[in-house]
Unconditional design. Structure first.
Length: 275
């Protein structure tokens, strides 16, 4: 058993780590309510004026809309490809399976600047004009990995006996998928999709190499950081992005922690459907 002193020490250390991660984010959030265009501490006057200015900036709103559309498209592609890849790796034995699994995971481990440079060179070599879809393809390269990791982890935790029991009780392939496989995978797919959306929404390095003349929200932030008079708007945007990122990450963590045991009883439900 851990001593009381050790528990207190671990608690203090945990709080210090959380403070190290969150204090800079909290400061950005506080600066978003600074009435002065000059960033100084302590804040003397508080105001929501810059939120109004940011909301009425048409260029900012178009950048935000573009980032959302790209994130949705990249997430949709990642859900399809990542799920198919995870089923292929988990269900079938073939030569080089572990190598294929490594190749699927490699894009998320590579530095973003390497991925961006490689995609930029490929699109230029192939004569592809930089557009909305080149950004989507760039984001999908790492979003697929997120979905693949979530789905294959769930498949590996799923007992094959559940599928065998379902089929032994008379269920066909569609019924087994509907009542057993899908309930088991649904939370993993939602969690992977939420994480993929969050990663795509605030991606900047790969976007820089694949966007061409288009401006997503992270690129908008970088461009305006160079202009001191735009710093209050950047603080507001950063604060809103923090809030929007917390939601999918929190939801993904909650969904990933759900117990899969209720799916055990779905084989019995299949029997009721087939008899």
């Amino acid at each position: 058993m851990t001593s009381r002193g050790a528990r207190i020490g671990f608690g203090i250390w945990t709080m210090l780590v959380i403070a190290f991660l969150w204090i800079p984010l909290v400061i950005i959030g506080l600066y978003a309510f600074n009435a002065s265009p000059i960033q100084s501490w302590p804040i003397e006057n508080w105001s929501t004026h810059w939120f109004h200015v940011a909301w009425n900036d048409p260029f900012l709103r178009s950048s935000f809309r573009l980032s959302v559309e790209i994130a949705l498209a990249a997430t949709a592609i990642a859900l399809v490809l990542g799920t198919m890849a995870s089923f292929a790796i988990h269900r079938f034995s073939f030569f080089g399976r572990e190598s294929f699994s490594l190749l699927l995971l490699l894009p998320i481990a590579l530095p973003g600047i390497i991925t961006g440079m490689a995609l930029n060179s490929f699109f230029s070599f192939a004569g592809v004009q930089f557009s909305f879809w080149t950004i989507v393809v760039g984001h999908a390269t790492f979003c697929v990995v997120v979905v693949y990791n979530n789905v294959i982890a769930r498949l590996r935790r799923t007992s094959p006996s559940l599928l065998e029991a379902s089929m032994d009780l008379g269920a066909d392939g569609w019924q087994t998928f509907r009542f057993v496989t899908w309930p088991l995978l649904s939370t993993a797919l939602v969690a992977g999709g939420l994480l993929a959306f969050a990663l795509s929404f605030d991606e900047v390095i790969v976007t820089t190499f694949t966007a061409g003349a288009q401006t997503t929200l992270p690129i908008f932030i970088l461009d305006n950081l160079r202009q001191g008079q735009q710093l209050p708007i950047v603080n507001v945007v950063a604060f809103v992005i923090i809030l929007l990122t917390i939601i999918p990450v929190w939801a993904s963590q909650r969904l990933s922690s759900f117990d899969d045991s209720p799916a055990v009883g779905r084989a019995a439900a299949v029997t009721a459907q087939t008899e």
